[in-house]
Design a binder for this molecule. Structure first.
Ligand code: IMP
Length: 440
């Protein structure tokens, strides 16, 4: 099984998000005592199908769908309490037990003005917009680093502290929001600090039983030998330091964010599993060297249901970029790979793999984590034979057609990391487990 061996496991995306991390985390959760979100916020969208029922998770750790694991939202997450409460209620209505959720008192709060700011900043950037999810993620992280007016989850249970912070935030933001709105031809009403505080206090009252010091909790669990699963949101190529900057999210969404975002030492992070799709997708703006704009893209998009879990936007689609994925595997120190959505590639005569870039400075096999320079890179492809068989019923490597196996072998040999599982359909069971990797 994928999760054997090390006591703690990390699951991170190796591309631009939506790699199918949710399904893997959900499968692994049963072997762990806690699943922990350490970065991002309601911009993330994990889609998990259990027993034919599809669950869309945004802030909830995927492990909440397991029988026993605690679900922990760590200090590195930015939480929109309204979205979290709606998610808790939605899951409860489907019969999911949400009582094992613990929320860090130090996680920062996304408040209504962060979403207004996110919208207005994007509008101001006009043709150069980042294509954010408009969930207020960037402005909330900016306030966290700026410090003065930031609100943390623990503040939601302290009325005096909260009122003062929100008043200060509204004073700082009113002028800014008014000016940004004017510049895009809109009018903005002044923020009502009292109304925002009252609303936030009501959210705090509802969530108070779940708010705790998760740093002590997680370190105690680790000391006692309990197994912890760190669940990356967004993905490595969206990491604020290591992704395609500035077309990235505002947190460290690679495994490098775990220690700061969960409050655990580096030694606590055991095995790192990198999740990657058999092709590339991206939502929002930013360079994507292997992007396709033809009928192949349409076919992959429809077969893979490549529409955003959070925003419903059609995802950009392209051939697998091995240069990018090998870089991500390096940055994360990936021990093994979970390959997802291989079934979607059935029906093509040929499959292409990007193995280098042509750039104005010449050919390179290095990824370029800088948007303006990556925009100038064009992919150098290797072409492999395609396959036509339906893979959704395959449960072992032997059942895969030779061409599909050769495709997986090439991924392994290029990245130098074993592929330990292959997803062939959306359901938990539609997975091929490989004990030793295909060829590495
Ligand atoms: P933000 O995180 O909403 O600020 O958006 C910044 C960029 O990251 C945009 O291009 C988003 O589409 C992208 N993004 C953020 N979260 C995810 C995710 O979970 N999956 C895929 N793309 C994401």
């Amino acid at each position: 099984m994928v999760g054997g061996g090390a006591r703690s496991t990390a699951v991170v995306g190796l591309q631009w998000g939506d790699e199918g991390k949710g399904k893997l985390v959900d499968r692994l959760a049963g072997e762990h005592d806690a699943t922990v979100r350490f970065n991002g916020g309601a911009n993330a969208g994990h889609s998990v199908v259990v027993g034919g029922v599809r669950y869309a998770l945004h802030l909830m750790p995927s492990g909440v769908l397991s029988e026993r694991a605690l679900g922990v939202i760590g200090n590195g997450v930015v939480i929109d309490p309204q979205a979290l409460i709606a998610e808790i209620d939605g899951l409860s209505a489907k019969g999911v037990d949400t009582s094992r959720l613990v929320i860090s008192d130090r996680a920062h709060v996304v408040l209504p003005y962060h979403k207004i700011e996110d919208e207005l900043r994007e509008a101001l950037l006009s043709g150069k917009a980042l294509g954010t999810t408009k969930r207020g993620i960037g402005p909330a992280y900016a306030d966290k680093v700026q410090r003065g007016a930031a609100v943390r989850m623990g503040d939601l249970t302290r009325p005096e502290v909260l009122r003062e912070k929100v008043e200060q935030a509204c004073r700082l933001k009113n002028g800014l929001i008014r000016e940004m709105a004017q510049r895009v031809g809109q009018e903005a009403a002044d923020l009502d600090a009292d109304a925002i505080t009252d609303q936030a206090l009501a959210w705090g009252q509802r969530l108070a039983p779940m708010i705790d010091d998760t740093v002590y909790l997680l370190n105690a669990m680790i000391r006692e030998g309990k197994r912890v699963l760190f669940e990356g949101a967004n993905a490595t190529l969206l990491d604020v330091d290591h992704g395609t900057y500035p077309f990235v999210t505002s947190s460290n969404s690679s495994a490098l964010g775990i220690c700061a975002g969960a409050g655990v030492p580096p030694s606590a992070v055991g095995r790192v599993i990198g999740v990657m799709k058999a092709y590339s997708t991206r939502v929002g703006a930013g360079p994507m060297p292997t992007e396709l704009h033809d009928s192949t893209a349409d076919l992959i998009r429809d077969k893979g249901n490549e529409y955003g879990t959070t925003t419903g936007r059609p995802r950009r689609v392209g051939w697998l970029d091995l240069v990018a994925v090998r870089y991500s595997a390096m940055v994360n120190g990936v021990d093994d790979i979970a390959l997802t959505l291989l079934d979607v590639l059935s029906g093509f005569d040929e499959l292409r793999l990007c193995v280098a870039y042509e750039t104005p400075e010449g050919r390179t096999e290095r990824f370029i984590p800088d948007a303006p320079r990556l925009t100038q890179a064009s992919p150098v492809y290797e072409t492999l034979a395609g396959f036509s068989q339906d893979l959704t019923g395959c449960r072992s490597l032997d059942e895969l057609p030779g061409q599909a196996r050769a495709y997986v072998e090439r991924i392994e040999s290029f990245i130098g990391v074993p592929v330990r599982s292959i997803g062939v359909g959306p359901d938990r069971e539609q997975t091929i487990e490989i004990s030793r990797g295909v060829c590495v």
